[in-house]
Ligand binder design. Structure first.
Ligand SMILES: Cc1cc2nc3c(=O)[nH]c(=O)nc-3n(C[C@H](O)[C@H](O)[C@H](O)COP(=O)(O)O)c2cc1C
Length: 379
């Protein structure tokens, strides 16, 4: 098959995707997650110095950048969850946040998280290309279909059912990919979008598209990820589960779409000098947990069942303590060991939340990073 000049260029430039840190050869890639939202990934009234100020955003992103971390991923949130803390009620908008941080950092990939139903692909494609110019190819997008009903209803329309959300997402992305690669103008005639004479210049520096990640974990979400993204963010319940998940999504990508993708996860780090101090800090977060808020999240996710109250209680604690993710607790040695186990299970990277992002990230750099290097997880 003969390639057009444009296709040949796209393939040649595709090298560039591997040149950015997100695709480097570190055994365990690292990132920051959720620092743009009040509460971060903790639903608790336990005191913290974390604030949603620009000074703190800069401090966190620049620290992660200096540490050689690969990515920083914000949470897209248009509405708080209510409860005692109105968890994530104050959230910096992620494209504008990413633009500011792209200018202020050197090597780290800066992500915007976007609810696809909240932004038109023509607008998002150009925002992405613009930020990618600022970032010199370090921009990426975390794609969210929208699941928090009240949030999506703020936009004046009902939330699509689960399957339709992903059908919409696929069409949204097909349209955006066309805008990122086609010279234009072109017409687009889909189920959800119609456009006449569409075009978008400039293209993103990272060709043929920005780095893409997605946290879909349902069969439809895994299929969407296997088909489209560079990294799937997995919600894990055990190391065995991690292995199985990685095997399943990799096979899906290879068999159905002849491609590969990496699997990362997310986690809360509570690392202290002694195990006792770390456990006390965890207990403090749980004791002052916003259980009302957690219940609102749980019911928003559709997890409601009287007969499974025990499961729901466990879920509540998992949401209070790290948004349902892995919790890495203990001394620097113990946290390193837990990270090594994840890597051993096939997890390629982890994006981290902290109770006090700015200060604890500095602690992590000082205490944990040297151990990760010693273990061969980082170089
Ligand atoms: C690491 C991670 C980041 C996420 N970020 C967001 C976000 O910023 N905004 C949001 O509304 N949902 C976010 N979610 C929720 C996912 O989008 C949600 O779990 C996903 O839509 C569920 O898809 P599924 O039904 O295919 O599993 C995130 C989930 C994970 C695991």
């Amino acid at each position: 098959m003969t390639m057009t000049v444009h296709q040949a260029e796209a393939v040649a430039n595709r090298q560039a995707l591997r040149d950015i840190p997100l695709f480097n050869d570190q055994r365990l890639k690292l990132g920051v997650f959720g620092s743009n939202c009040s509460g971060g990934i903790i639903m608790s009234e336990a005191p913290t110095d974390s604030r949603i100020t620009w000074d703190q955003q800069l401090r966190v992103a620049q620290q992660a950048d200096r540490m050689g971390m690969e990515l920083i991923v914000p949470v897209a949130r248009w509405k708080g969850f209510g409860g005692r803390t109105n968890f994530m009620g104050s959230a910096l908008e992620t494209f504008t946040w990413a633009a500011g941080l792209a200018q202020a950092t050197e090597q780290i990939s800066i992500f915007a998280t976007t609810h696809l139903p909240a932004v038109h692909p023509i607008v998002a494609a150009k925002q992405a290309a613009t930020i990618d110019q600022i970032a010199g190819g370090r921009f990426g997008m975390n794609m969210v279909m929208g699941w928090f009903k009240e949030e999506i209803e703020m936009f004046g329309r009902p939330q699509y059912d689960h399957t339709a959300r992903y059908a919409y997402g696929q069409e949204w992305l097909d349209f955006a990919q066309h805008l990122w690669t086609a010279p234009g103008p072109f017409d687009f005639d889909g189920q959800f979008f119609t456009a006449f004479g569409a075009e978008s210049e400039p293209k993103p520096i990272l060709s043929p598209r920005p780095a893409l990640i997605c946290a879909g974990n349902s069969p439809t979400g895994m299929d969407f990820s296997a088909r489209n993204v560079d990294v799937n963010l997995a919600v894990l319940d055990s190391l065995e589960g991690a292995r199985e998940y990685k095997r399943k999504i990799s096979a899906l990508a290879a068999d159905s779409y002849h491609r590969t993708l990496d699997v990362f996860t997310y986690g809360l780090v509570v690392c202290r000098e002694t195990e006792k101090e770390a456990k006390q800090a965890v207990q403090g977060i749980i004791d002052q947990g916003d259980t009302e808020g957690a219940d609102l999240v749980i019911s928003g996710l559709g997890i409601e069942s009287e007969s499974y109250q025990g499961v729901i209680d466990a879920f509540r604690e998992r949401f209070v303590l790290g948004w349902g993710g892995t919790v890495l607790v203990g001394t620097p040695e113990q946290v390193t060991e837990q990270l090594a186990e994840l890597s051993e299970a096939g997890i390629g990277g982890i994006i981290l939340g902290f109770h006090d992002y700015a200060n604890e990230l500095e602690d992590f750099d000082r205490e944990v990073m040297p151990l990760l290097r010693k273990e061969g997880l980082r170089h």
